[in-house]
Design a protein around this ligand. Structure first.
Ligand code: GLA
Length: 716
């Protein structure tokens, strides 16, 4: 038997690749020693023939195609005018390097080829797998369904964690017991969506943050998708993820190919946090641009919630002055600087600086910002157009639509068909023009509506092509302006996947700046995204999205645990709040190398508490955030057991935020151990095993604890 084997981190992946048979995964999961052979696994996997079914067992192949005869939901389904539907993709050849392989499959009967590209990260074992289908026939081939791949999951993974949510409430987790049949989440919004982050986690019933096995699968794609887990009646369980195709959307002419987006999948025997650590490491080393990673992430100021559409150069200059004074490093001018865009009814698509608002152009503001030592950033929403715009008046035929139907109303805007070369060229020229004529180092790239009617001028669906065209347009701008960083935003976290992140540098996690909601959103995002890409801003004291009033200390601490920014009117904020913000920014800068490069941990705690932290790679230092979300059930709150410290080291522990904190009732550990003063020196082992009794704390408070190793002579 031919087989492919990869070992990386705690994971082994072994794929049966016998020539002339469909490829299938023999083992994906816990790392096996060299002595365990594919043959052993195949022999152990010989299954009992089942009555009432096929006489020979049929393994779940990577494609789960109809010709397999398994009668499970198909992974790849294609046909030629209703014929050639019964393909079976047998391995023709395999090529392999140390940590990647290509499996070439074909079906001569139906004249279709299928190729799998597989890479396994040696450090984490994270698997990246994509597939490409090619029409070798003379007639057109319709791709009805195309899961990128189907991956078997051990039956012991009886729990499933899915991701749901809404606008301003992204990355919500739903943990349920796997059931027989199909768990399926479909997204048809034309963007990644707020409500169906394209991922699923499978784990044991007992898996928690620190222990137990877990599998995580993510589709690196920013459009329509399907995430499913199927439990068959014969006991086989598999997950399949892929782009969700519209009817007739992918029709391949002779010799044409379709590339399915990559699945990025990880395994960890070390709980859900171990799984996230694998994803974070992979994102940092293999997805983000090294140039972005090499620099500290500048603290942002974003104008949106401060001024909305009410742009005024002098007002913005005053805000910029204040921002620089409290430590901001990048000033991002949001929506409202261009065309007739004085509200969301008009001007979208006209990417020229508004004479009415900026009579001398943007340069005076850009000069002011840069003279203060900050970088200038700017907002675009390139894929969209208001019907009331010069662009739409000139090119009404450039929008996606279903001819003869009214557009579905959605923020007064339509979607441009950016897969048309002339549309993409026009957008490139507009954006390039703004970047060429101003000292701008950053783009916030927004996208604020679903694709309800994604039809092109010829009547064909273009949702998939729109995403491919988006990636190409961003890449073109990046190539022309390699120093410009780009943030992906879609009404907050509507486009936060690892597909777009390969073309951008930062994710706007959510439109809500409500720190209480953000605790949950950012915890959810951390399953796949490291803190350095997670945009987190301090909003005003009364949150615009929820009306909730939260202290500046809580708001600042919540934003500090991400890529920090501000989004409130600094000119009207009370002086005390500005002073607190200044301290929080300084604290973020002090620890951002740790936050943005260290190892991330989520703690298992009661629902009233959110405990997360980051530990330096050499365990010399750690910063933990304990958020008291609501009242605690018992008189005394829980113990705090940091993870990831070195058990044989001693650490100086201090409470570094809020800076002037006193506990609600004395005595408490804070005074007893002088945590707000000198701090206390404690052993890493004691801290992790015994844990510290948390002080009595009011709800809606975030405490930040810092741990620093001390030389052994200072240990007591
Ligand atoms: C979206 C974004 C916001 C802001 C507005 C501007 O809602 O998520 O951050 O940029 O658009 O219109």
């Amino acid at each position: 038997m031919e087989d492919l084997r990869f070992d990386g981190g705690d994971t082994s992946l072994i794929i049966a690749c016998a020539i002339g048979a469909p490829p299938f995964i023999l083992h994906w999961g816990v790392r096996l020693s060299e002595g365990v052979t594919a043959q052993d696994i195949a022999r152990l996997s010989t299954r009992q023939g089942g009555p009432g079914g096929a006489d020979t067992p049929i393994a779940v192949s990577l494609a789960l195609e109809a010709g397999l005869g398994l009668l499970a939901p198909p992974g790849v389904a294609a046909h030629r005018h209703g014929t050639d539907w019964g393909s079976r993709f047998d391995v023709v050849s395999v090529t392999k390097t140390d940590n990647s392989a290509q499996i070439f499959c074909a079906d001569a009967r139906t004249s279709i080829r299928l190729r799998y590209d597989i890479a396994v990260d040696a450090q984490t074992g994270v698997v990246t797998i994509s597939s490409t289908i090619t029409n070798d026939g003379d007639d057109a081939l319709d791709i009805a369904d195309m899961a990128t791949a189907c991956l078997p999951i051990p039956r012991t993974m009886t729990d499933l964690i899915g991701f749901s949510g809404r606008w301003s409430g992204e990355f919500q987790r739903e943990r349920l017991a796997r059931f027989s049949g199909s768990y399926c989440r479909e997204n048809r919004r034309g963007r990644t969506s707020h409500d169906s982050f394209p991922a699923v986690i499978m784990c044991e019933a007992t898996t928690g943050e620190a222990t137990g096995s877990a599998y995580g699968l993510h589709l690196a794609w920013s459009g329509n998708h399907r995430v499913r887990v199927d439990s068959l009646s014969d006991g086989q369980v598999f997950a399949s993820l892929g782009a969700l195709l519209m009817p007739g959307e992918v029709r391949l002419g002779a010799g044409e190919s379709f590339e399915a987006p990559a699945i990025i999948a990880a395994f960890s025997p070390n709980g859900l946090t171990g799984l996230s650590q694998n994803f974070h490491s992979h994102v940092r080393r293999n997805i983000l641009r090294p140039a972005t990673r090499a620099k500290p992430r500048p603290v942002h100021y974003n104008t949106w919630e401060a001024v909305w559409f009410d742009h005024d150069v002098e007002k913005l200059k005053a805000i910029a002055t204040q921002a620089a004074a409290i430590g901001v490093e990048r000033f991002v001018l949001d929506d409202g600087w261009f065309g007739s865009r004085r509200n969301d009814l008009s001007g979208l698509g006209d990417w020229t600086v508004s004479d009415a608002v900026y009579p001398e152009g943007l340069t005076p503001l850009v000069d002011h910002v840069t003279s203060l030592g900050m970088e200038m950033g700017i907002w675009f929403e390139p894929e969209m157009v208001n019907p009331d715009s010069d662009l739409f008046r000139a090119h009404p035929d450039w929008v996606l639509e279903v001819k003869g139907l009214e557009q579905v109303p959605f923020r007064h805007q339509y979607v441009l068909d950016i897969s048309r070369a002339e549309v993409a060229d026009h957008l490139f020229t507009q954006i390039d023009g703004v970047l060429r004529t101003h000292r701008i180092g950053y783009i916030k790239w927004d996208m604020n509506r679903d694709l309800n009617h994604p039809g092109d001028a010829g009547g064909r669906p273009r949702a998939h092509a729109q995403v491919t065209a988006l990636y190409a347009l961003i890449d073109r701008i990046r190539a022309a302006h390699p120093g410009v960083e780009i943030e992906t935003c879609a009404s907050g976290g509507g486009r936060p996947d690892l597909g777009i992140l390969a073309h951008t540098d930062r994710i706007w996690t959510s439109d809500t700046n409500d720190a209480l909601d953000r605790q949950s959103i950012q915890r959810g995002a951390s399953f796949f995204l490291p803190l350095d890409v997670m945009g987190a801003h301090v909003g005003p004291s009364v949150c615009h999205q929820t009306g909730r009033r939260l202290s500046i200390e809580m708001r600042a601490a919540t934003a500090l645990m991400g890529h920090m920014g501000l989004e409130l009117n600094l000119v009207t904020e009370p002086a005390r709040d500005l002073a607190v913000l200044k301290e929080a920014i300084a604290l973020h800068k002090k620890h951002r190398a740790l936050l943005h490069n260290g190892t991330f941990f989520r703690l298992d705690m009661p629902a009233s508490l959110n405990g997360v932290g980051v530990v330096a790679v050499d365990a010399s230092e750690a910063l933990y955030s304990l958020a008291f979300l609501s009242g605690h059930a018992e008189t005394r709150p829980d113990r705090f057991r940091p993870r990831g410290l070195d058990p044989v080291q001693h650490y100086r522990v201090s409470l570094v935020w809020p800076s002037d904190w006193t506990s609600v009732s004395s005595p408490s550990v804070v005074e007893a151990l002088d945590l707000c003063g000198e701090g206390a020196v404690l052993s890493g082992e004691a801290l992790m095993q015994i844990g510290m009794q948390l002080p009595l704390t009011n709800p809606e408070t975030v405490l930040l604890f810092h741990f620093q190793t001390v030389a052994s002579g200072d240990a007591h």
